[in-house]
Design a protein. Structure first.
Ligand SMILES: Nc1c(C(=O)O)ncn1[C@@H]1O[C@H](COP(=O)(O)O)[C@@H](O)[C@H]1O
Length: 131
């Protein structure tokens, strides 16, 4: 069982995914990584989230970053969003991720800061007594 699921909206988010994975590897924590877009693969994303036994989701997405919010709508587990920079510098993804309606929270780290998403996920697992 992987404690953490990392989902990116596209293979083009690779650099930010690598920063995330590097921290988890250093901490010796298992993760599962999938490329699944809420926009492009809604059914596969739904199936993956519902069948995952991970305790924390890290969702990495640029542009109109629906991915973290959609994942949060499908699970009661904590979701951390990572906005990825693009033509608008990542402010588009940042605002998409933080502006969630009440009751469907997504934690959000800084633009391109996949490393902090991993550090935060590790802290969540630690206080939950899972490490
Ligand atoms: N934000 C989303 C979602 C989503 O939210 O479902 N799916 C893809 N994307 C983002 O689109 C950007 C460009 O993707 P492509 O390079 O594949 O066109 C990526 O940063 C991805 O995370």
């Amino acid at each position: 069982m992987s404690l953490i699921s990392i989902i990116s909206g596209s293979a083009s988010d690779e650099q930010i995914v690598e920063r995330t994975i590097r921290v988890l590897d250093e901490a010796g924590i298992d993760y599962d990584y999938q490329i699944l877009s809420a926009h492009r693969n809604p059914d596969e994303l739904d199936e993956y989230v519902k069948n995952s036994d991970s305790l924390v989701f890290i969702c990495i997405a640029g542009l109109s970053a629906a991915l973290p919010g959609v994942v949060a709508s499908k699970t009661d587990k904590p979701v951390i969003g990572v906005p990825v920079s693009g033509t608008l510098g990542g402010i588009d993804a940042l605002l998409s991720i933080v502006q969630m309606p009440r009751g469907v929270p997504v934690g959000c780290v800084g633009i391109d800061n996949g490393a902090n998403a991993a550090h935060l996920a590790v802290k969540i697992l630690a206080v939950a007594g899972k490490l």
